[in-house]
Design a binder for this molecule. Sequence first.
Ligand SMILES: [Ca+2]
Length: 112
Amino acid sequence: MIVKDKSAPHVVEMSFVSVEFYCRVFQPLDYEKKRQYSLRVQVENVHINPRFYSMGPFRDEASIKIVVEDVDEPPVFERPSYIMEVKEDTARNTVIGSVSASDPDDKHSLVR
Ligand SMILES: [Ca+2]
């Protein structure tokens, strides 16, 4: 069965024999916060010919595990710019100020 979508120039093909499910990313993934997702999918015949009731159940299940792989993220400073003031007669080795940056990658990750 072929269904043409009038609102888009593409063609969507559907089959009575098999159905494909696509897993898409709808929100940013973060390896450091959540490394895997697990879900179960189920397919089922909703219209069963009464002649075949005894052959049921007319459904199947599968599990899907999605593993998030680590990406090397760059270290970032706390602020985009810093201003440090120092008097001209400041002694040598006086600490004027400090800046800090952090790396979002996991401390034990190989990509850090
Ligand atoms: Ca990372």
